[in-house]
Design a protein. Structure first.
Length: 403
């Protein structure tokens, strides 16, 4: 009889695991406490961002996922708006320009297709941007998806392959047989399985504490503001220079100076900005993103975050100052201190998959690897960097993450 795989969590990793495991003949039950795509996967702006993935596993799995997306676009039952639009990371001062030139050279050495483009080309690709933009790095491998639609597509694909997807069913604990995990307890009864995959994003650490497992995965809150649908204005996915503070790929450059990459409104709000613009297929433009690290899991946007967003976008995208706004929301991204997710089996019958801060670039391939693991096959990527027992140290609550 085929193994029964119980997947906990209906985000991009969980639904991808369900899809690939069911496609390989496993019996699959996916359990989601709210609805599929409720967490980070349903709340992010849809960037498949390879630009800043660290060499090693982070870049390797991101490239593998990027190769996988065209296949998923062909085979999944719903269109998730995959666009091979490329991504640009713009700069506006000479000090920033020097760091971006070094960054582009290093990224090419790492095997990414990254080039420097001038201000005229940036303005052609992103007409609403400030007129004094000097240039950008452009990565042709970056892409855009509608992540909530992708999660729904993976869930529907899993159902079509015979999986059971149960929404509104919260997992409350684990069933044990000695040292083995043999299923889960839920708000709707016990579910017994041959393998349990814990892929519940920022809620995974809380769930695992009932087993005595401490999972060093933090939560980064990103807030997003959406306009009403507009004519096509922005094709690539767009990041701004303030985001460089997060990445050692920039901070370790000889020419990188933090004074060149900090804005007064960040200090005033106590929130760091990831200047971000992306336009969806339906025309709405997503704007963001203030980043903070609440002590408790909190999905609510804040007035300080919205103020920082409007300051950042008004300054760098004057062509968007008067656009009508339709809604705003926040999401919690799970992260580890080295950006590599935890994908490991600390107990027989249990596999953990959490910490995907770049879930769009890693989630689908992680699901494929998890399906291979739970079905007893050799995963096609080396997962040794993803082990739970490695040096992971989360910053204190409220402290900005750096990787």
């Amino acid at each position: 009889m085929s193994p029964h795989v119980v997947v906990v969590g209906g985000g991009i990793v969980g639904t991808a695991t369900a899809y690939f495991a069911a496609r390989e003949g496993a019996r699959v039950t996916l359990l989601e406490s709210e609805h599929v795509g409720y967490g980070a996967s349903g709340r992010n702006p849809g960037f498949v961002w390879l630009h800043c993935r660290n060499p090693g596993f982070a870049l390797e799995i991101s490239l593998a996922t990027r190769r996988l997306y065209p296949e998923l676009a062909e085979e999944l039952p719903l269109d998730f708006e995959f666009r091979e639009s490329g991504g640009l990371f713009y700069f506006v001062t000479e000090g920033q320009a020097a760091a971006f030139a070094e960054f582009a050279q290093n990224r090419r050495a790492d095997g990414l297709d990254v080039e420097l483009i001038d201000g005229d080309e940036v303005r052609r690709l992103v007409p609403p941007i400030r007129p004094d933009v000097l240039g950008a790095t452009f990565c042709s491998q970056d892409a855009h998806i509608n992540t909530p639609l992708l999660v729904r597509a993976l869930a529907e694909g899993a159902r079509a392959e015979g999986a059971t997807v149960r929404e509104g069913v919260a997992v409350t604990g684990f069933l044990r047989d000695g040292d083995d995990v043999v299923g889960v307890t839920t708000t709707d009864g016990d579910v017994v399985g041959d393998a349990v995959v814990a892929a519940a994003g920022v809620w995974t650490p809380v769930l695992l504490r009932s087993l005595g497992i401490e999972l060093p995965v933090g939560a980064e809150r990103l807030q997003v503001l959406a306009t009403e649908p507009l004519p096509r204005l922005v094709e690539p996915v767009v990041y701004g220079p303030l985001a460089t503070k997060q990445y050692a790929l920039f901070r370790d450059l000889p020419s990188w100076d933090p004074a060149d990459f900090t804005a007064p409104y960040e200090d005033e709000a106590g929130i760091e900005m990831l200047q971000l613009v992306a336009q969806r297929v339906n025309g709405e433009i997503l704007l963001g993103c203030p980043m903070d690290y609440p002590a408790e899991l909190d999905l609510r946007p804040t007035l300080a975050g919205l103020a920082a967003t409007t300051a950042a976008i008004s300054e760098d995208f004057p062509g968007l100052r008067d656009v009508p706004v339709s809604r705003t929301w926040a999401g919690l991204l799970p992260y580890t201190s080295d950006t590599v997710p935890v994908v490991d089996s600390p107990l027989p019958g249990l596999t953990i998959a959490s910490g995907h801060v770049y879930g769009n670039a890693a989630g689908p391939m992680t699901g494929k690897l998890l399906a291979q693991l739970v079905l007893g096959r050799e995963p096609e990527l080396d997962l040794s960097e993803c082990r739970l027992e490695r040096a992971l140290n989360l910053p204190a609550a409220g402290t900005a993450a750096r990787w």
